[in-house]
Design a protein around this ligand. Structure first.
Ligand SMILES: [Zn+2]
Length: 239
């Protein structure tokens, strides 16, 4: 069966002398792997369309539930070359790609995450110095997959508070937190900004100018939360 969709290359693994297994985040089928025959040969018909982050229109051939369909066509829509060519930018993106690969189950359709990643790459292609873009991706991604930190009031009684308990993944008020280990203290500004990131439209992000201290506070809390949830820090890998 021939399937057509749009996909973003998240990862490639070389097989043998010239073949590749490509992991795509696709619009219609979620996270999938595909086998690409001889893309590493100089005159490959796939050209540079299998470079990490490339957004392409692709065709896949295989039995309906085949684990590894074969890639038959791949036409670049956006290459995101600027991101790949700047190391610091590429490293920032690697972090969110790793997050996506780690949390997202294979072959589960998730159009919201596809659009979130595509919009994030578009933003970073224009301006990659935005820690805010990375934080925004993490907040929205965790929200969609159901692992987001809970900051909108104490997880036990609902009263407002600013002490985040990593083991609970949530804010717990002073009264309910008796006997718990030391929390991460968040500023009211960070809690408010986090809630805004969860609800605001993507297009507003480019116009926001939060302070660096607020961003680093939020970023630290989210990274600690991810590390705790995974029981390991996110590795940087994108090959
Ligand atoms: Zn409480």
């Amino acid at each position: 069966m021939l399937k057509r969709t749009e996909g973003i290359v998240l990862k490639t693994i070389p097989i043998g002398e010239a073949d590749l297994i490509v992991t795509y985040l696709t619009y219609d089928f979620g996270l999938i792997k595909a086998f690409a025959k001889s893309p590493r040969k100089i005159k490959s018909r796939f050209g540079s369309s299998l470079e990490p982050l490339t957004y392409s229109k692709i065709s896949l051939w295989g039995k309906e539930y085949a684990n590894l369909p074969r890639l038959t066509q791949s036409d670049i829509v956006m290459s995101f070359r600027c991101i790949r060519e700047k190391l610091d930018c590429f490293l920032k993106v690697s972090e969110i790609i790793e997050l996506t690969l780690t949390f997202l189950p294979e072959a589960e359709i998730n159009k919201k995450i596809f659009m979130l990643l595509l919009n994030t790459l578009r933003t970073m292609e224009k301006d990659c110095n935005m820690l805010l873009t990375v934080i925004f991706y993490k907040v929205r991604f965790l929200d969609i997959v159901g692992y987001s930190p809970k900051l909108d009031g104490c997880a036990r009684c609902g009263k407002s508070g600013f002490s985040f308990y990593i083991s609970q993944g949530a804010i717990i008020c002073e009264k309910c937190a008796k006997g718990m280990n030391s929390p991460i203290r968040l500023s009211p500004g960070s809690v408010k900004f986090y809630e805004s990131l969860r609800s605001w439209n993507d297009s507003i992000i480019g116009r926001l100018k939060p302070s660096n201290s607020l961003l680093s506070e939020l970023s630290g809390m989210i990274n600690d939360h991810i590390t705790y949830t995974l029981s390991r820090p996110l590795k940087l890998r994108l090959s």
